[in-house]
Design a protein around this ligand. Sequence first.
Ligand code: 13P
Length: 407
Amino acid sequence: MEYTKIDLVFSFTGNQILVKVSPDKRRQGLYSLNFISNFTCLRAFLSLRTDRSENHYQMSIKKHKMKGYKIMDEEKLKQTVKDMVIRGKGILAADESEKTAAKRLASINVESTEETRRQYRNLILTTPGMENYISGVILFEETLHQKSDTGVFFPEVLQKNGIVPGIKVDQGLADLNEDGEKYTKGLEGLGDRLKAYKKSGVRFAKWRAVYTISENTPSAEAIQRNAQDLTMYAKICHEHGFVPIVEPEVLIDGTHSIGQSYEATEKVLREVFEALKRDNVRVDLCVLKPSMVISGKEAVSRADVDEVAEQTIKCLKATVPSVLPSINFLSGGQTPVEATAHLNRINMLGKNLPWYVSFSFARALQEPALKAWQGKQKNFKAGQDAFLKRAKLNGLASQGKYREEME
Ligand code: 13P
């Protein structure tokens, strides 16, 4: 759905809008329109109703009206950014949904139940010394309400160690088009959910959009749709006093070259920052979580560490405004050692980058811990040691001080 380019004819009647949509653009789903007049941006979510004539869609304003954009408690947001962006530290993503957590636990033959997920989160989040390398942790909603073995709610465990708790607020992916592209669910009711999350002490949020690389993708449709949704999410976060982590992930899956990865990532990031700018989103109060520019996982010949670092830096310099405080990469299916080596090289080569450049890995931080633990109490310490080692090495990589011999 190319929101801004659709040829629409509409008229207001009460809170109803009659919209004429060009036939090739007809699609069921959630529509978002911008009405710009006199520098005021009024945005409304519109949902399709069933009654329609040949090429007329009856829509009603369903949920969200947003006039202008008001940041809640700017000073607190600035403090949150300061607490998240610390030299030698990065962000742990421990926000696997139930479905993803089940996959991770299945890899060590552990059944995923609320209790086994709690045990696993307990192992990671109570690791002694992690606060030396981790400034923030992204949690999944379920984890907010679970307690450590010593009976303390997990967000509180983190806060006590000087780590900022955050929360994944998107609700996963949905089909966007026939090319298998996705958009991310979760904008509706987001403000209300943020209000509730605040009670658990979380201070930042994460929203992930994904893009695939193939002959026809990422399409302009996916690039624009996801950029708009990430922008809307970031605004809603600011309005509720949360720092948004904006995560556009160009997937590593496929046989594509690093050149194709560059091309896709540049387009995606350019559109994300253009959309943020168009809506006057305060980029200095956001964190970017991008994928690295990298060859596809199944590519015949994969680019080496230097090329990944060079192309990633080039792409970021071309697209990311310097007021952004921090870039925290996702690992995206790279091996833990690969992800650390890439981050390190990026920091070695990118000497005078305007942003702090660090990590926000999930798999690349947790995989060794999961393997060492195997769901067994007797391996608890081995699991924590493995996690701490990766956190430490990535902390060093965020300063360009990691060496392969440290593995
Ligand atoms: P990976 O580092 O495993 O890619 O996960 C990062 C993340 O948070 C995905 O949303």
